[in-house]
Design a protein around this ligand. Structure first.
Ligand code: 5RP
Length: 239
C-alpha cells in the first residue's frame, strides 16, 4: 500500500517536472541573439537557465543575464551564461521566471523561493516578462499559496501586528533547521496565510502603505505572457 502511494507521488512529481520542462522549452523559443535576459529563480526558472546555457553554447549567441538571486547567478555561471548587473544595462529585453500562483489577468503570487524583491525589480525593468509553470500553478483566485512579504528585520514585529490586524495570518519564514530565513538582501519574510485574495490590487496597496515592508509577492500587471504546461499540452495565456 505504502509502495503504491510512493509510486503515485513519484509519478506526480515526474509529470510536474516534465510540465516545467515543456513550459521552459517553449519560453526559450522567444530568446534572440544579443538579448539582455532577466533570469528568474526557482525550479522552473532553473530549467530555463540550463536551456539558455545550451542555446548559447550551440548557437554561439551573445546574450547576457541579469540574475534574480544568488542561486540563479551561481547556476548561470555554471552553465556558461554571461552575467551583467541590472545597474549596468539600460533595459532588459526579456525575463523568464516561474510563479507560485497564476490567477486571472496573469496576477501572480511569487516569492516562494524568497527572491521576490529582485524578481519584481527585474520584471518591472523588462520589456517582456514570460512566466513559465506546470499546471498546478494555475488558479481561479489567488491566495491558497501563502503570500510572501519581505520585511526589514528591525520592523518585523511591527509589520507582523499590522498584517495580523488585516487578518492576513503572517508566519515568520524559517529555514529547515529552524533558523530565521534571510533573503539575499538580508531581510526576513512573513508568509501570509490569508486564504482567498478577492482584491489583489487593494491588498497590494494596503501592503505597500506599511512602513518596513520592502516588497510583497503580489505581481500585478507585470506578466505579459504565461506559458503553462498541462500534461503534453502547452498553453500560452495573455493578461
Ligand atoms: C521564487 C519564485 C519562484 O518563481 C516560485 O517560487 C516558483 O518556484 P518553482 O518554479 O520552484 O515552483 O517566486 O521567489
Amino acid at each position: 500500500m505504502a509502495d503504491d502511494h510512493d509510486a503515485a507521488e513519484d509519478a506526480e512529481l515526474t509529470e510536474k517536472l516534465t510540465e516545467k520542462e515543456r513550459a521552459a522549452a517553449r519560453a526559450v523559443e522567444f530568446v534572440r541573439d544579443g538579448m539582455t535576459l532577466g533570469l528568474g529563480s526557482g525550479s522552473t526558472a532553473n530549467i530555463a537557465v540550463r536551456l539558455l546555457g545550451e542555446l548559447v553554447r550551440q548557437k554561439g549567441w551573445h546574450v547576457r543575464g541579469v540574475p534574480t538571486s544568488f542561486l540563479t547567478a551561481a547556476l548561470a555561471a555554471e552553465v556558461g551564461l554571461p552575467l551583467i548587473e541590472l545597474n549596468d544595462v539600460a533595459r532588459v529585453d526579456l525575463t523568464i521566471d516561474g510563479a507560485d500562483e497564476i490567477g486571472p489577468g496573469l496576477a501572480l503570487i511569487k516569492g516562494g523561493g524568497g527572491a521576490l524583491l529582485r524578481e519584481k525589480i527585474v520584471a518591472a525593468a523588462s520589456d517582456t516578462v514570460i512566466i513559465i509553470a506546470d499546471s498546478s500553478k494555475l488558479v481561479a483566485q489567488l491566495g491558497a499559496f501563502p503570500l510572501p512579504v519581505e520585511v526589514v528585520p528591525f520592523a518585523r514585529a511591527f509589520v507582523e501586528r499590522r498584517l495580523s490586524a488585516l487578518e492576513l495570518n503572517p508566519k515568520l519564514r524559517l529555514t529547515r533547521d529552524g533558523a530565521v530565513y534571510r533573503t539575499d538582501q538580508d531581510n526576513e519574510i512573513l508568509d501570509c496565510h490569508a486564504g482567498a485574495i478577492p482584491d489583489p490590487e487593494g491588498l497590494g496597496r494596503e501592503l505597500a502603505a506599511i512602513p518596513g515592508i520592502v516588497e510583497h509577492g503580489l505581481f500585478l500587471g507585470l506578466a505579459h505572457r504565461a506559458i503553462v504546461a498541462t500534461g503534453p499540452d502547452v498553453r500560452e495565456l495573455l493578461p
